[in-house]
Design a protein around this ligand. Sequence first.
Ligand code: GRF
Length: 197
Amino acid sequence: MLTVAVLISGAGSNLRALLEAANDPAFPARVVVVGADRDASGLAHAEEFGIPSFVVPWRGAAERDAWGAELQEQLQVWQPDLVVLSGLMKLLPAAVVEAWSPRIINTHPAYLPEFPGAHGVRDALAAGATRTGASVIVVDNGVDSGPVLAQERVPVLPGDDEHTLHERIKPVERRLLIDVVRRIAVGELDLTAASAH
Ligand code: GRF
């Protein structure tokens, strides 16, 4: 059974989808802990599913390394096989990425390498793209620059705003995330090999 820690900042809809998938005894992974950089509303999903959670509050970029060290301490308590960044809106310090690499993955609401960064949906709209997408990647020390594990196109429709487009992307993101976690758990996807490319 693959054990997973999930880090969030927001509503945690991707987290919830993973918790629901993992509720099926046939699913080969379990979420063992949920962490956040703030009092995220998505922590309620962890509580509902009886999963322990922790918050290491973000204290500004000048404190990034101390924040990362505290986060790392919390993660180490649970010794997860995999860390999933699911809407964590802060860049992890390199030491944390290196501690887990390549067993640390991220979901992103664009078809990377197109539109990396915190505003992938907004940037796709601003660029006038007619299609964007969703991606799941291995986290490296860049901004959304790690190896792509899965991705899928999503159309941009006339009249879309950031919200409507993001809502069309999110179900795809969730499906890709659940499938990537499953493939890692059953050994279909080898993160070390994926990271070597
Ligand atoms: C997702 O699109 C994620 O990729 C991101 O923010 C969203 C998180 O949504 N950058 P939620 O917290 O899972 O609802």
